[in-house]
Design a protein around this ligand. Structure first.
Ligand SMILES: Nc1ncnc2c1ncn2[C@@H]1O[C@H](COP(=O)(O)OP(=O)(O)O)[C@@H](O)[C@H]1O
Ligand SMILES: [Mg+2]
Length: 487
């Protein structure tokens, strides 16, 4: 150390403990050069997250104490871009939208030695108690309205001006998906894992009669699109790029209201993204929260995401309303801004659904069964798009087409489906359903009788007198009663 250079002030131990060495170094130098000190308040992220987020108190001689958010962004491509893209959104968006719906950066980003960056942000709405992610009110009956408000602001408030240009469907899918459709990106990898890397058409076990395009391949390979494919006029402008309910902060107390919502986590921000993309991503991520392995639930949610107007259960009505409202906001916006462009907007939103589904397929930390559901959604949505454009030319015989994902025994699937219908869709808690056959061996019946059932439903009331239900009574002394027989 040379004369006159002050010793770096050690970073608050509570922060240093969970941050990379280079980030700690960077922050210590920052403390020296600014004369400010950072004091730990709390972590906003848990465990081994890629980008730790903390609330810190900043103190300095010229500064009243200030509580802010500190986010350490790792060098990986997507997250490392966040400080730059956030700054770009702040400088390039309409000022009213910036003031109301983005958070500012009270200090410049710190560039650390091994490409880690530290992003400082103001606390959204100045309160961590009153302002919470939209994901914390997903069960609220006002959710459709909240989502509608956000969707409307994105189009009207964030994009009073936008760019309209002619694109082919393939170009739009590529622009929506960005690096996800790189040759060695997550989608290509997923195709390989599922053994469908060269498969233009696929089927899914829940609908074996339907042949649909392999949406990943169609987004990767331009040669699949027939030469007669027509382009259309699409709208581009500010888009968040990762608009899920965890990244929209709203006031939750005394009651949820979206008027002053804030968008955070702008690591996928685009100044010229497709304007239909955020809308699809928002309602798909809300639907994604309700996905389960129950085949009935999966079918219902698929129909709901595709906007099919079949009757849905009371429980799913709120979700249906979320999708309907977002779609209506988009349609009303295009009608008021671009008369006679309805066909083009329909094309753009249809492809946003395809790309939106694929975004989730590309998420490696999502469970396989969820990724497959999103893939099915994208493939069905793309199939419908091709159909409308008269571009759909699937092989005539479905039996020759590869089935993606595990093949579920149709009998078991039917059994679970009927059971689920009887139960009016399981919800909230996790349910394990055992499908027992009457001809289990006595030993198997005895074993089955030991499980701690909470409800007994039977397709075959005989089970109650002869099979494992009877064994439960005789061998294990369990008290249970057949509550419903499903025919
Ligand atoms: N500016 C902010 N104001 C208030 N809370 C914030 C802010 N930034 C982040 N958070 C909180 O931290 C959580 C994680 O931040 P986020 O930037 O979304 O990180 P990740 O990249 O892990 O998704 C958010 O869900 C939110 O609760
Ligand atoms: Mg986030």
């Amino acid at each position: 150390m040379t004369d006159g250079e002050s010793a770096p002030q050690p970073l608050d131990r509570n922060l240093a403990l969970h941050l990379e060495g280079s980030v700690v170094n960077g922050l210590e130098k920052w403390q020296v050069s600014t004369g400010l000190t950072l004091t730990y308040d709390r972590w906003m992220t848990e465990g081994r997250t890629r980008a730790p987020v903390a609330v810190v108190l900043v103190k300095g001689p010229q500064l009243p104490p200030l509580k802010i958010i500190l986010k350490a962004c790792p060098p990986e491509r997507l997250t490392s871009r966040e400080p730059r893209l956030h700054a770009q959104a702040l400088s390039g968006s309409p000022s009213e939208f910036v003031n109301r719906h983005l958070v500012d950066q009270p200090f410049e980003t710190i560039e650390c030695e091994d490409k880690w960056r530290v992003l400082f942000q103001s606390i959204a709405g100045d309160s961590l108690r009153l302002v919470r992610p939209l994901s914390s009110v997903l069960q609220d009956e006002g959710l459709p309205e909240l989502v509608e408000y956000v969707a409307k602001s994105l189009l009207q408030g964030w994009n009073p001006e936008f760019d309209t240009r002619k694109v082919t469907p393939y170009e739009l899918l590529r622009s929506d998906l960005g690096s996800k459709v790189d040759r060695n990106g997550p989608l290509a990898k997923f195709m390989q894992e599922q053994g469908i890397a060269d498969t233009t058409w696929v089927r899914f076990s829940s609908d074996l009669g339907a042949v649909v395009p392999n949406a990943i391949l169609w987004a990767l390979d331009s040669s699949l699109w027939p030469p007669e494919t027509e382009g259309f006029w699409a709208h581009f402008g500010h888009s968040h790029g990762d608009l899920h309910p965890g990244n929209v902060l709203i006031q939750v107390d005394p009651a949820p209201r979206a008027n002053d919502f804030r968008l955070i986590d702008l690591s996928a921000y685009m100044p010229n993204g497709s304007l239909a993309k955020d809308l699809a991503h928002l309602y798909l991520s809300v639907i994604g929260e309700h996905l389960s392995s129950n085949p009935v639930r999966r079918k219902n949610l698929l129909a709901l995401a595709l906007g099919d107007s079949q009757p849905s259960s009371l429980e799913l009505r709120g979700l249906r309303e979320v999708v309907a409202r977002v779609r209506r906001v988009g349609a009303a916006w295009q009608a008021s801004t671009m008369k006679s462009r309805q066909d083009d907007w329909n094309d753009q939103t249809a492809l946003a659904l395809v790309a939106g589904g694929l975004e989730f397929v590309g998420l490696r930390n999502l469970g396989l069964s969820q990724r497959l559901w999103f893939l099915q959604l994208s493939c069905v949505a793309l199939g419908r798009y091709l159909e409308r454009q008269n571009l759909n030319t699937p092989p005539a015989d479905p039996a020759t087409v590869r089935v993606v994902g595990p093949l579920v025994d149709p009998e078991i699937e039917l059994a679970v489906e009927r059971l689920a219908e009887r139960c009016g869709d399981f919800k909230g808690t996790r349910s394990v359903v055992a499908v027992l056959m009457a001809d289990l061996s006595p030993a198997a019946s005895e074993r089955a009788s030991k499980f701690p059932w909470t409800a007994v439903m039977s397709f075959d009331p005989e089970l109650d007198t002869t099979g494992s239900l009877a064994a439960a009574r005789q061998v294990s002394g369990r008290v249970h009663r057949l509550i419903v027989s499903v025919r």
